[in-house]
Design a protein around this ligand. Structure first.
Ligand SMILES: [Zn+2]
Length: 145
Protein backbone atom coordinates (compact mmCIF):
# COMPACT_ATOMS: atom_id res chain seq x y z
CA UNK A 1 0.00 0.00 0.00
CA UNK A 2 1.12 3.53 -0.83
CA UNK A 3 -0.38 6.95 -0.22
CA UNK A 4 -0.32 10.02 -2.46
CA UNK A 5 -1.27 13.03 -0.38
CA UNK A 6 -2.45 16.49 -1.33
CA UNK A 7 0.53 18.60 -0.29
CA UNK A 8 -1.54 21.71 0.34
CA UNK A 9 -3.97 19.98 2.73
CA UNK A 10 -1.11 18.23 4.53
CA UNK A 11 0.67 21.55 5.09
CA UNK A 12 -2.57 23.04 6.38
CA UNK A 13 -2.99 20.14 8.82
CA UNK A 14 0.59 20.55 10.05
CA UNK A 15 0.04 24.26 10.65
CA UNK A 16 -3.14 23.56 12.60
CA UNK A 17 -1.43 20.89 14.69
CA UNK A 18 1.45 23.23 15.42
CA UNK A 19 -0.85 26.07 16.50
CA UNK A 20 -3.02 23.79 18.63
CA UNK A 21 0.02 22.41 20.47
CA UNK A 22 -0.01 21.07 23.20
CA UNK A 23 -3.55 19.97 22.34
CA UNK A 24 -4.16 17.23 19.81
CA UNK A 25 -5.67 17.85 16.35
CA UNK A 26 -7.65 15.29 14.33
CA UNK A 27 -8.47 15.15 10.63
CA UNK A 28 -10.08 12.76 8.18
CA UNK A 29 -8.49 11.74 4.89
CA UNK A 30 -10.72 11.45 1.84
CA UNK A 31 -9.70 10.19 -1.55
CA UNK A 32 -9.83 7.31 -3.95
CA UNK A 33 -8.09 4.09 -4.82
CA UNK A 34 -5.77 4.16 -7.81
CA UNK A 35 -4.01 1.22 -9.45
CA UNK A 36 -1.23 -0.75 -7.73
CA UNK A 37 -2.63 -0.49 -4.18
CA UNK A 38 -2.07 3.25 -4.21
CA UNK A 39 -4.53 5.55 -2.49
CA UNK A 40 -4.78 9.19 -3.42
CA UNK A 41 -5.67 11.46 -0.49
CA UNK A 42 -7.40 14.36 -2.21
CA UNK A 43 -8.56 16.13 0.95
CA UNK A 44 -7.69 16.29 4.63
CA UNK A 45 -10.61 17.80 6.52
CA UNK A 46 -10.61 18.80 10.17
CA UNK A 47 -14.08 18.02 11.55
CA UNK A 48 -15.67 19.60 14.63
CA UNK A 49 -14.63 17.92 17.86
CA UNK A 50 -16.62 16.91 20.90
CA UNK A 51 -13.57 16.86 23.16
CA UNK A 52 -9.84 17.52 22.72
CA UNK A 53 -7.21 16.82 25.36
CA UNK A 54 -3.46 16.28 25.44
CA UNK A 55 -3.99 12.57 24.92
CA UNK A 56 -6.89 12.19 22.51
CA UNK A 57 -9.57 13.84 20.42
CA UNK A 58 -13.18 12.72 20.22
CA UNK A 59 -14.44 14.00 16.87
CA UNK A 60 -18.06 14.60 15.98
CA UNK A 61 -18.69 11.29 14.15
CA UNK A 62 -22.14 12.31 12.95
CA UNK A 63 -20.69 15.32 11.13
CA UNK A 64 -17.88 13.15 9.74
CA UNK A 65 -20.47 10.81 8.19
CA UNK A 66 -22.12 13.80 6.53
CA UNK A 67 -18.80 15.19 5.24
CA UNK A 68 -17.84 11.80 3.78
CA UNK A 69 -21.27 11.26 2.21
CA UNK A 70 -21.31 14.66 0.51
CA UNK A 71 -17.66 14.56 -0.65
CA UNK A 72 -18.06 11.97 -3.38
CA UNK A 73 -14.79 10.48 -2.08
CA UNK A 74 -13.86 7.43 -0.04
CA UNK A 75 -13.00 7.58 3.64
CA UNK A 76 -9.40 6.31 3.51
CA UNK A 77 -8.42 7.02 7.08
CA UNK A 78 -7.65 9.61 9.72
CA UNK A 79 -4.69 11.65 10.87
CA UNK A 80 -4.00 13.17 14.29
CA UNK A 81 -1.20 14.81 16.17
CA UNK A 82 0.80 13.48 19.10
CA UNK A 83 2.00 16.48 21.05
CA UNK A 84 5.37 15.72 22.65
CA UNK A 85 5.05 11.99 21.81
CA UNK A 86 6.36 9.69 19.07
CA UNK A 87 4.42 9.09 15.80
CA UNK A 88 3.48 5.55 16.85
CA UNK A 89 0.13 3.95 17.68
CA UNK A 90 -0.96 4.54 21.28
CA UNK A 91 -3.19 2.17 23.28
CA UNK A 92 -6.07 4.59 22.74
CA UNK A 93 -5.42 4.65 19.00
CA UNK A 94 -5.37 0.87 18.86
CA UNK A 95 -8.60 0.48 20.79
CA UNK A 96 -10.43 2.97 18.57
CA UNK A 97 -8.97 1.77 15.26
CA UNK A 98 -11.66 1.74 12.59
CA UNK A 99 -11.16 -1.56 10.75
CA UNK A 100 -9.06 -1.30 7.63
CA UNK A 101 -8.56 2.47 7.84
CA UNK A 102 -5.14 4.11 7.66
CA UNK A 103 -4.05 6.04 10.75
CA UNK A 104 -1.67 8.95 10.27
CA UNK A 105 0.22 10.32 13.26
CA UNK A 106 2.07 13.61 13.31
CA UNK A 107 4.47 13.94 16.21
CA UNK A 108 4.83 17.59 17.27
CA UNK A 109 7.62 18.44 19.67
CA UNK A 110 8.72 21.74 20.98
CA UNK A 111 12.43 22.51 20.97
CA UNK A 112 13.04 25.84 22.68
CA UNK A 113 11.33 28.34 20.42
CA UNK A 114 10.40 26.18 17.44
CA UNK A 115 8.47 23.01 16.80
CA UNK A 116 9.58 19.95 14.86
CA UNK A 117 7.32 17.30 13.44
CA UNK A 118 7.59 13.74 12.20
CA UNK A 119 4.83 12.00 10.25
CA UNK A 120 4.02 8.31 9.89
CA UNK A 121 1.05 6.38 8.52
CA UNK A 122 -0.02 3.01 9.90
CA UNK A 123 -2.19 0.09 8.95
CA UNK A 124 -3.61 -2.39 11.41
CA UNK A 125 -1.37 -5.40 12.02
CA UNK A 126 1.39 -4.12 9.74
CA UNK A 127 4.82 -3.81 11.32
CA UNK A 128 6.10 -1.14 8.96
CA UNK A 129 4.63 2.29 8.29
CA UNK A 130 2.81 2.95 5.01
CA UNK A 131 4.93 4.72 2.40
CA UNK A 132 3.69 8.09 1.21
CA UNK A 133 4.43 10.91 -1.19
CA UNK A 134 2.81 14.27 -1.67
CA UNK A 135 1.45 15.84 -4.83
CA UNK A 136 0.61 19.41 -5.68
CA UNK A 137 -3.11 19.75 -6.37
CA UNK A 138 -3.76 20.76 -9.97
CA UNK A 139 -0.43 19.33 -11.05
CA UNK A 140 -1.98 16.55 -13.09
CA UNK A 141 -3.56 17.54 -16.35
CA UNK A 142 -2.68 21.20 -16.07
CA UNK A 143 -1.93 21.30 -19.79
CA UNK A 144 -5.35 20.00 -20.66
CA UNK A 145 -8.08 22.39 -21.58
ZN1 LIG B 1 -2.80 8.82 18.86
Amino acid sequence: MKLLINEYDLKKFKRRASRAYPREVYGIMLGKRLANRTYKIARIIIPPVVEATYDYVIPDYETIDKIVASSGLKYIGSIHSHPQAPPTISDHDYQHWDGDKVVGILSVRKRNSYKVSELKFWRRNAALPVRFKTFKPGENGKNRS
